[in-house]
Design a protein around this ligand. Structure first.
Ligand code: ASP
Length: 676
């Protein structure tokens, strides 16, 4: 039978090999599965009053039992030549079937080839395996055999073996699918979210979620077992917190009373410190009603941490150790300590508080070089007290950027920042006809070349104005230019590089956007002022620096925290006098601070964003099992959904429909139609 099929099989085997993408992913998954066994065991004895007992700090090195308690002996992806001759039972989904001879079975661990028996005596098994549609779920039992010589598939981790089936059972058949589950088949995100349970079957989603789970496991181990943190859950039905992000409100059965979903467990974690639980952590779900942003979700997860008797350096070293410990073993190791920049330095050199430090192109102040300029708009800016001229140098810009790119850069600056930006070509041999180039004197040109270390083919983008505004526009253009250069083939940001950075010494307050005469907290109102700036609180509060720190990775903020105010009087002064908040809303916290609150501080890491960067996923939605759409909807279940008015009655609320919302009202009875 086998020899009769050989010529057909050879062709089939070639086509059977899954796409390179899913193959690579299944290799990663195998590595991921091996990675489960990395932690080292350590046992210590804890003796403190009645808590005295043996504490196992970390489980012994072992490979997890993927097939315990279930109706399989092995996973599809784990079988190798070392399993030859073994009788196995596998459960999985049908990935491919070719000419009723082979079937490729898939589970989270990988793919394995099953040979469909051709002999008459196996007609019943053949019927099941030949008739079950792709993505049906089956159980097969049989023997692990080696593939005939020359028919091994080196691209497949299980490519040396196949399964000679004895029995098969269709566990559940699969109807016609809305899309092919295979990773290489492109689908719109709306469709993926609508059928998320199918999308989760892809190797990519399996990898992302399993890597996430592993990293969280290692974080727990590091925090609880190695450093004595206590994992404590805090309420998600809470009340409004003044200052900070907008919160979701939840109606209650008491007329006019509402809960709020917490934007973070900030108050609870501080209260835990007052309660003597001096090392707290939680994988905490947080909620912010901030509308749609590409890298935000209305609900998201933080690794939330608080410690008593700690300073800024203590928190920073803890987090560096945490990331180093939980970092996936297939990535370059995390190097600690992370570098640090002050907020003022970050703004001056990168135009942002979350600089991407994987590449240079820093902002340089060239005001002194151009002090005697004859260029009108530069003269104008420099004649003002806060006026500056700033520039960035785009290496090899004349080679990679086109005239229309520079035009669109200028238009972007004009449209979004109302800023004039001029390209200058100080050393270019080509005549670029820069409108200011002619007006820049020879000594200014050589001054620029020296200060900015300009080389042949470099382009300088120059802007003028108040420090913060000029830096912000150049910071944005720096990133735009990096994208443009990379689109033209220059590699500026090594994709394997993870560039961590602490940003410190933020201002404690910022002018309110809607009313710049008033102050608001730059982060949250519980952040302690910088010890050297306390006196300024009573004279020039806008100049006070805070003890806040942000953790930045490759240009994204992945965490932030602070040393907190533990003095009730200072907290009351900041809330009531400087921020003009209603202190009654926080009377419980203020009272607690008065009852021997220890000095404390903490941090929260944005888990979704961190995992997104680690996996290289295009969006945080790719590392969340059931994310919301860009507009905050669950496209699978259609949440948020309407409720009949009778169901709102117990909550004493009724919908006030906006004008022209007939369609919405009637959507109560309409079938669900997802976002496109
Ligand atoms: N609660 C803060 C946040 O969610 C973090 C912190 O200060 O610990 O941003």
């Amino acid at each position: 039978m086998r020899s009769a099929c050989i010529s057909v099989k050879l062709g089939i085997r070639e086509r059977l090999s899954p796409s390179c993408g899913s193959n690579m992913l299944s290799c990663w998954l195998s590595r991921l599965c091996r990675g489960f066994s990395t932690p080292t065991g350590r046992i210590t004895h804890l003796s403190r009053g009645s808590l005295s007992r043996t504490l196992v700090l970390s489980s012994q090195r072992r490979i997890p039992e993927f097939s315990s308690f279930v109706a399989r002996t092995n996973t599809c992806g784990e079988l190798r030549s070392s399993h030859l001759g073994q009788e196995v039972t596998l459960c999985g989904w049908i990935q491919y079937r070719r000419q009723n001879i082979f079937l490729v079975l898939r589970d989270f661990h990988g793919l394995v080839q099953v040979v469909i028996p051709q002999e008459e005596s196996a007609a019943a098994v053949r019927k099941i395996l030949c008739e079950a549609p792709v993505e049906s779920v089956v159980r097969v039992s049989g023997t692990v055999i080696s593939r005939p010589p020359g028919q091994e598939n080196p691209k497949m981790p299980t490519g040396e073996i196949e399964i000679k089936v004895k029995t098969a059972e269709l566990l559940n058949s699969c109807k016609k699918l809305p899309f092919e589950v295979k990773d290489f088949v492109k689908k719109t995100e709306a469709l993926r979210l609508q059928y998320r349970y199918l999308d989760l079957r892809s190797f990519q989603m399996q990898y992302n979620l399993r890597l996430r789970s592993q990293m969280v496991m290692k974080m727990r181990e590091y925090l609880c077992n190695l450093h004595g943190f206590v994992d404590i859950e805090t309420p998600t039905l809470f009340k409004r917190t003044p200052g900070g992000a907008k919160e979701f409100i939840i109606p209650s059965r008491e007329p006019g009373k509402f809960y709020c979903l917490p934007q973070s467990p900030q108050q609870f974690k501080q209260l835990l410190m007052v309660g003597g639980l001096d090392r707290y952590f939680q994988v905490a779900r947080c909620y912010r009603d901030e509308g749609s942003r590409p890298d935000r979700q209305p609900e998201f997860t933080q690794i939330d941490i608080e410690m008593s008797f700690v300073d800024q350096t203590g928190i920073q070293r803890l987090i560096e150790g945490l990331l180093q410990y939980s970092w996936p073993s297939d990535k370059d190791p995390v190097v600690v300590p992370f570098p640090s920049l002050t907020f003022a330095e970050a703004l001056a050199s990168y135009g942002t508080d979350k600089p991407d430090t994987r590449f240079g192109m820093k902002i340089i102040d060239i005001s002194d070089v151009l002090r005697n300029t004859e260029v009108g708009f530069l003269q104008d800016a420099l004649s003002k007290p806060q006026g500056t001229v700033k520039a960035i140098c785009i290496s090899e810009g004349t080679k990679y950027l086109k005239r229309k790119d520079l035009e669109s850069i200028r238009k972007f600056a004009a449209d979004h920042f109302n800023q004039e930006v001029l390209p200058v070509f100080p050393k270019a041999s080509r005549n670029w006809n820069s409108p200011v180039a002619q007006s820049i004197l020879e000594e200014q040109r050589s001054g620029l070349i020296r200060l900015m270390e300009i080389r042949e083919d470099d382009v300088v983008l120059l802007t003028a104005g108040e420090h913060k505004k000029a830096c912000s526009v150049l910071g944005k253009l720096r990133l735009e230019c990096a994208d443009l250069l990379e689109a033209r083939g220059l590699v500026l940001r090594d994709p394997t590089l993870f560039s961590f950075l602490w940003v410190v010494d933020f201002p404690l307050f910022l002018p309110k956007e809607e009313n710049p005469g008033e102050l608001e907290s730059a982060h949250h109102p519980f952040t302690a002022p910088h010890p050297s700036d306390i006196q300024l609180l009573y004279t020039e509060p806008e100049k006070v620096r805070s003890q806040h720190y942000d953790l930045v990775l490759n240009g994204s903020e992945i965490g932030g925290g602070s040393i907190r105010i533990h003095d009730a009087e200072l907290q009351r002064y900041i809330l009531a006098t400087l921020l003009k908040e209603d202190v009654k809303l926080l009377s419980h916290l203020l009272q607690a601070l008065d009852f021997g609150a220890p000095p404390h501080g903490g941090i929260a890491l944005g888990l979704d964003r961190l995992i997104c960067l680690v996996t290289g996923a295009p969006s945080i939605r790719d590392v969340i099992a059931f994310p919301k759409s860009f507009k905050g909807h669950d496209l699978m279940s259609n949440a948020p959904d309407s409720l009949p008015s009778e169901e709102l009655k117990p909550y004493h609320i009724q919908v006030s429909w906006p004008a022209n919302s007939e369609a919405e009202k009637s959507s109560l009875n309409q079938p669900y139609c997802p976002e496109s």
